[in-house]
Design a protein around this ligand. Structure first.
Ligand code: HEM
Length: 152
């Protein structure tokens, strides 16, 4: 493997680790740990956590797109094996879901916290929880499919 491919794969996997690992931490550790807090405490906390985490995810998405696109070219572009196309396809669905979370749902939490409309904020956090779970499942499937690509 030449050095550029090794470097791209390293950055690709680092970005995947940040994104999928961050979602697992938020969903399975942070969420249950703060579930019993009052909405007045919990929702501003989520706003602050998401505000930071989504910047990391945006950076990860950029790195995954750039390195994934580069790697795909190296592995045959349009003639690459089906698992690589599946990875790219599911990866793009994950990115669209993230875009929806970041630009459609997250602003609802911001507005709700500012207006102290706690039920609205709680509903938006619930929507993000479901979409993040979908992205965790898609992320794990993508990692599985990516590893399968080695056998073809
Ligand atoms: C635009 C989206 C993406 C493209 C075009 C893309 C493309 C690629 C390519 C061409 C490789 C090299 C395969 C190899 O070394 O045999 C790769 C590796 C990998 N990708 Fe992606 N990828 C994308 C998104 C993702 C996402 C979202 C994930 C996980 C959530 C992911 C996980 C992996 C993993 C785990 C590997 C290492 C596979 C291995 O070397 O065994 N990729 N990717």
């Amino acid at each position: 493997m030449n050095k550029a491919i090794e470097l791209a794969l390293f950055l690709h996997l680092l970005a995947v680790a940040v994104w999928v690992g961050g979602m697992v931490f938020a969903h399975f550790c942070l969420r249950p740990a703060i579930a019993d807090l009052s909405p007045q405490l919990r929702l501003p906390l989520w706003e602050s956590v998401f505000g930071r985490f989504f910047n990391w995810v945006a950076a990860a998405v950029l790195v995954i797109l750039l390195t994934g696109g580069f790697l795909l070219m190296q592995f045959g572009g349009g003639h690459a094996t089906w698992p690589l196309h599946a990875m790219a396809g599911i990866g793009i669905v994950m990115m669209l879901i993230f875009g929806h979370i970041r630009f459609a749902v997250f602003p609802r939490i911001r507005r709700a916290v500012q207006a102290q409309k706690w039920p609205d904020g709680a509903q938006a956090v619930g929507t993000i929880r479901r979409l993040v779970l979908v992205n965790i499942v898609l992320g794990v499937v993508t990692i599985g499919v990516a590893v399968l690509s080695r056998g073809f």
